[in-house]
Design a protein around this ligand. Structure first.
Ligand code: NAP
Length: 247
């Protein structure tokens, strides 16, 4: 029995776990950070919570006789990826990263690229005064001091304060359709979108909606990462696993 560890929290990780769980000769264990109150659970075994850094993960890999690790975490989950790199090297376990391509800029897009959430906050209100803030629950404190704008804050679970003074919270989990995104923009008279460069089909609709309504988009760049062998799709990850004796 070949054991595969999938570092998860994304649609790709769930897709991968479902495909591996169908293979009788594979034991798949997916791990989640435990941030979301009611997470969408992947198929197969699930482990919830951090490992206590690279040492803890290396010990887990050895104890559980893990034969390969797929890092399918979100493009902004850089600490988990760094920890996996160190732990896998130490434990001698092959590691592959699955990372969806960033959003593609197309004709009609009006994007301002920034490196951090703080930089995004500094562009408001010069870029817009009714902000569609879709960067997730973490890091919203960066926007808390922006007093002269309204924020529609969309996330899955309630965020911790501080939040901007003038805000409305929309607790909702995607994917969303273009029609839904357009309705939100129109209903709240939003005039700027703030997003991480998460990429992927599941979050593309807000980018398309912003283009349709001619809204500027403040795009927060992905955090830098050190080099790990990486693929862009679940299919390529399954092929890699087959080459490493699984799948
Ligand atoms: P992070 O900053 O890279 O991780 C912080 C710590 O949380 C890690 O050092 C690790 O703790 C633990 N952790 C993170 N992902 C884990 C996983 N899949 N399994 C077990 N432990 C994990 O990560 P984050 O940005 O907070 O994201 C947390 C989770 O949410 C990830 O699974 C990610 O895929 C998902 N997610 C993140 C975003 C985002 O925008 N950041 C968006 C959608 C989904 P130890 O050091 O103790 O092992």
């Amino acid at each position: 029995m070949h054991s595969v560890l999938v570092l998860g929290g994304t649609a790709e990780a769930r897709e991968l776990a479902a495909a591996l769980d169908d293979e009788p000769a594979i034991r798949v264990v997916s791990t989640l950070a435990g941030r979301v109150v009611k997470p969408r659970l992947p198929a197969g075994e699930v482990r919830i919570g951090g490992f206590g850094g690279p040492d803890g993960l290396a010990t887990y890999l050895q104890d559980q006789q893990i034969g390969a690790v797929i890092d399918a975490t979100h493009p902004f989950a850089a600490r988990m990826s760094a920890s996996a790199q160190i732990a896998c090297r130490r434990a001698g376990v092959p590691l592959l990263r699955v990372e969806r391509p960033p959003f593609a800029r197309t004709a009609g897009d009006d994007w301002r690229r920034v490196a951090t959430l703080e930089e995004a906050a500094r562009l408001i209100p010069a870029t817009g005064r009714r902000v569609f803030l879709t960067t997730g629950r973490q890091g919203l404190a960066a926007f808390a001091a922006v007093d002269d704008a309204f924020f529609l804050v969309r996330c899955v679970d309630p965020p911790q304060p501080p939040l901007p003074r003038d805000h409305e919270l929309l607790l909702s989990r995607g994917p969303f359709t273009l029609e839904q995104e357009l309705q939100l923009i129109d209903r709240h008279r939003l005039d700027v979108l703030v997003t991480k460069d998460s990429g992927g089909e599941h979050t593309q609709a807000k980018i398309d909606a912003a283009r349709t309504r001619k809204l500027p988009v403040i795009v927060v760049a992905r955090p830098p990462r050190s080099a790990t062998p990486a693929v862009a799709s679940v299919g390529e990850a399954l092929a890699w696993l087959r080459r490493h004796g699984a799948g």
